[in-house]
Structure formats: structure tokens, C-alpha cells
Design a protein around this ligand. Structure first.
Ligand code: LRH
Length: 487
């Protein structure tokens, strides 16, 4: 049988891409049809996503996919929590906010006044992140924009709306809003009522594998794709797609989906919502097939990319490869930070913030660029270790391997440090786990892959994976972490 082709539109925080995946019984080939920058815009005192330019990138990418031979269907995924609002005519009301916009700071205590933090956690199972949709809507309360809104669509659902004219709320991404009931997987009317949010804003839930609808005729014309090409609902939360494609072959695996964020945790078949999991700020996001991602957000390679951006602006060397080589040579454990310190969330001068953190915690700040990069990567590896161990403890599971997927799996030093810190073998790759998860859910919906285990086997059999054995003394990590109160 000839392999079938599927298009995955995958929007990331710094770039978007349309990938074409060709799937056969024993093949899975991925090629990039189009990549385009995602440049957040600071305007009118707020940070926004330029969603029209992202949509244009998707359309351009689909045109390339059509040129390369056409596709059986299309799926869209992106980062979580952010949304666009539509008015009664179905028009977009303003530009969606970026989750790094700081307007939610004052909204958090107000939301907790209406629904105490413990109760919010018990209902939704979601870790506290100041940008969760629930707090963004808290910040929007009383605004003319929210008053005019009739429909809320998370970013991938907005793209699907423009591609097909239909509205729906994809389940995995909806589970990141902190408005979904963890027990039922539907919008919590009780929460919405107490928060004074109009329940009519929220479309019906769609599940990965459902067909959202055919491309609108004008979109088919603009892209050159066949009239009637279906848009299939995938796991539209990028992390859900990435974890769906983790090439694991047994249950005792942990994962780190590593890009702008490091999402480190386990796949479970039921949520863990306890006082201990709340205290450890662990989340229960929904995956495909009734799975849950029990994980913690770690600030991730954002620390490194913001550092490189700052250096580039100052005219300092900012090419990653030579800096990684210098980091590999730098002395270990010279300085460690908590990557999740709230001051690292916003865009801006990252080396200055890391330096200030080190001073504040009685450490000598990294003295040169190699030492700074080493500090960031060791701090991330340590955070991976803490999150994975905590996840295992809280869920009563044993871990015997860590799968590191996403763009960060290209970073050899980070993979090795993660193996060293966790004391576990690390399997690195695939880099494009999110796009593969997107494509495989479509392929399964078309009957080309039998089930989730077969999806994972296909990834394991066809993608380039690298293996790292733990080296060094794991106690050195315990001691270094304890020295700076990060154990
Ligand atoms: C990663 C991600 C993560 C969310 C964050 C907002 O891209 O989707 O899972 O927490 O973006």
C-alpha cells in the first residue's frame, strides 16, 4: 500500500510549521512543508499573539503541502491556555493575549476569593500557573471585549474555525483552562457560575480522532488542497500530541517534553488529585484515549533562548553550538537556580535575572558565557530529576527510563545531564514528537494505525533515537541541590 500523507500544523511559541507525514504499515516519514516565525507583539501595554499572521503561515504551509502531492487530512496543534473571543457575528474580537502578559497577577487572588485554590485544584486537577485561562478570564472580567464575546476558542480551535467554519473545543487543550471538571471531562458549570463566566462562551467538547469538518471551499481554493479535505481533531495541545508520540514500549517510563517549556512527568490512566499533589503543584492534563499527563511545568529552554536573545542584542556571541561546547567544559555545579522562579517568566534580560538570583541565594554568579549556559542546563536537569521523582512518588509508580522528546532532545549536553541527574537511562527523540503525534492521530482516525501502542511502536521503529546512560555520582546532584535549597 502507498503511504498516505497528512498535514500537521504545529504552532510553537517561537515558530510555526506545517509538516507533512507519510504513513505506511512500516513507515513514518516527516518533512517540513513550511516554517514561519511566531513573533509576539507588545502593543498598547500588552503582549499579544499575531494570530492572523500565524493563520497565514498555516495557509501558506498547506499550499506547500498541496504542491508536494496533497494530503488526506489536516490537524492543528499549539501551545495551551490562550484563546480568541468571537462576537455574535463570529468575528474575532481583538488579538489574543500571550500567556506571558502579566495582566493576570491581580486576577489570581480575585479568582481564589470566588473559588479557593484548594477547591479549584480539587475540581480541575490542574497545577497553579498564573496564566491558566481561568485567571486570564478573571483579568478580562468587566471588559467591553468580554461583554461582547459570544464564543471562546483556544488557539488551535480558532485556526480550525477559520479553516472549516465550525466551532468546537478540543478536549486535551480544554483541560488546560482550569475550567474543565477533572472527573467528567466537561466544562464545569459550577465553576463558571461561581466565577461569573458565561457558560455559553464554551463550545461542545471534541475528542482527538473526531472530524471537525471539511476545509471551507475558499480555503481549499487558497491552498490548492482538494475540496472536502477533512480537518481532523488531533490532540491540539502540543504537549498532548508530543506525549502521544513518545516511543515507549512499557509502562515504567517518564517523559520530558522539552522545548520552550520542559513538561516532566508520567502518563496515567486516572488523575491524581490529592493534597500532596497540589502541594507539589502537579497537574492532570488530558491526553488521548482517556490518559492523563501527571506532570509539572518547568520553565524549560526559555531560559536559554532568552539568554541567547539578550546576548545577541548586546553583540555578544550567541550561536548555540560553540556555547554548548564551552558549557560542557565549564566546572560542574558552580551555580544552580530554580528555573521556575516567577521572575524568569516574563521576556527580558535573562542573564541579569539569573545573576541576581545567584547573588540573592549566596552563590557566585556564572562568570562567563559557558558557565551561564552550564548553570541553565544543570538547573533544568536538576528540575527534571525533582519533577520525575516526585511524580513517581505521588503516583506510586516506578520509573526505569526517561524519554526526552521535542526540540530539546537535540541538546546533547542537556540529555546527558538529565541522565546523570535522574540516574536513569535517557532515550532522546524524536525532535518532532508533537508533529508526529498530530499526524499519527490522523492516521489512526483513517484506520492506518491500529491503536496507541502501534502508534508508539511505529515512532520507535522509524525515528532516530539516541541513548544516554547515567554517568557520574548521582549523590553529587543531591549534595549540590541541597547546598542551594533545591533538593
Ligand atoms: C508547551 C505548552 C505547555 C503549556 C504552555 C503554555 O508548548 O503547551 O504545555 O503549559 O505551553
Amino acid at each position: 500500500a502507498f503511504p498516505s500523507a497528512f498535514a500537521a500544523a504545529d504552532l510553537g511559541a517561537t515558530s510555526g510549521r506545517v509538516m507533512v507525514g507519510r504513513v505506511g504499515p512500516a513507515n513514518l516519514d516527516l518533512s517540513e512543508a513550511h516554517r514561519f516565525p511566531n513573533r509576539p507583539v507588545q502593543a498598547g501595554g500588552s503582549l499579544h499573539w499575531d494570530v492572523l499572521s500565524l493563520y497565514q503561515g498555516v495557509v501558506d504551509g498547506l499550499r506547500e503541502a498541496a504542491r508536494s502531492g496533497g494530503v488526506t487530512s489536516v490537524g492543528v496543534d499549539s501551545w495551551a491556555v490562550d484563546y480568541g473571543l468571537l462576537d455574535a457575528d463570529g468575528r474575532l474580537l481583538g488579538n489574543p493575549y500571550h500567556y506571558r502578559d502579566d495582566r493576570t497577577q491581580e486576577a489570581v487572588p480575585r479568582v481564589w476569593e470566588a473559588v479557593p485554590a484548594e477547591e479549584l485544584y480539587r475540581t480541575t486537577g490542574l497545577q497553579h500557573l498564573p496564566f491558566n485561562t481561568v485567571f486570564q478570564l478573571g483579568a478580562a472580567r468587566g471588559s467591553a471585549q468580554l461583554a461582547a464575546a459570544r464564543t471562546l476558542l483556544l488557539v488551535p480551535d480558532l485556526m480550525v474555525h477559520w479553516l472549516t467554519g465550525t466551532v468546537g473545543a478540543e478536549l486535551t487543550n480544554a483541560s488546560t483552562t482550569a475550567l474543565l471538571d477533572a472527573a467528567t471531562g466537561t466544562w464545569s458549570g459550577e465553576l463558571l457560575g461561581r466565577l461569573g463566566i458565561d457558560p455559553g462562551l464554551f463550545p461542545a467538547i471534541r475528542r482527538p480522532g473526531d472530524v471537525a469538518g471539511p476545509l471551507l471551499p475558499e480555503v481549499a481554493r487558497a491552498t490548492g488542497l482538494a475540496e472536502g479535505t477533512p480537518v481532523v481533531t488531533v490532540a491540539s495541545h502540543d504537549t498532548a500530541s508530543a506525549v502521544a508520540a513518545v516511543p515507549a514500549d512499557r509502562p515504567g517510563f517518564g517523559y520530558v517534553s522539552c522545548g520552550t517549556w520542559s513538561l516532566a512527568g508520567l502518563e496515567l490512566d486516572r488523575p491524581v488529585v490529592t493534597d500532596a499533589s497540589r502541594a507539589a503543584n502537579f497537574t492532570n492534563e488530558r491526553g488521548i484515549d482517556g490518559t492523563f499527563r501527571f506532570l509539572r511545568n518547568i520553565m524549560g529552554l526559555w531560559l536559554l533562548t532568552e539568554t541567547l536573545r539578550t546576548w545577541a542584542g548586546e553583540g555578544l556571541p550567541s550561536d548555540l553550538a560553540p556555547l554548548l561546547a564551552r558549557a560542557a567544559e565549564a566546572p560542574p555545579f558552580a551555580a544552580l537556580v530554580d528555573p521556575d522562579a516567577p521572575e524568569f517568566l516574563a521576556p527580558g534580560d535573562m542573564p541579569a535575572r539569573i545573576t541576581a538570583y545567584c547573588r540573592r541565594t549566596g552563590q557566585r554568579p556564572p562568570a562567563d558565557q559557558g558557565a551561564m549556559v552550564r548553570c541553565i542546563l544543570e538547573s533544568l536537569a536538576l528540575a527534571h530529576r525533582v519533577a520525575l521523582r516526585t511524580a513517581a512518588e505521588l503516583s506510586g509508580r516506578d520509573l526505569d527510563v526517561v524519554h526526552l522528546v521535542g526540540g530539546g532532545s537535540r541538546n546533547d549536553l542537556l540529555c546527558q545531564l538529565t541522565a546523570d541527574a535522574t540516574g536513569l537511562p535517557v532515550v532522546a527523540g524524536p525532535t518532532e514528537a508533537t508533529a508526529l503525534g498530530n499526524i499519527l492521530v490522523q492516521a489512526r482516525a483513517h484506520g492506518l494505525v491500529a491503536d496507541h501502542a502501534a502508534m508508539r511502536r511505529l515512532v520507535a521503529d522509524t525515528q532516530h533515537l539516541r541513548h544516554y546512560r547515567p554517568s557520574g555520582d548521582p549523590h553529587a546532584w543531591t549534595a549540590a541541590a541541597a547546598r542551594v535549597g533545591l533538593g
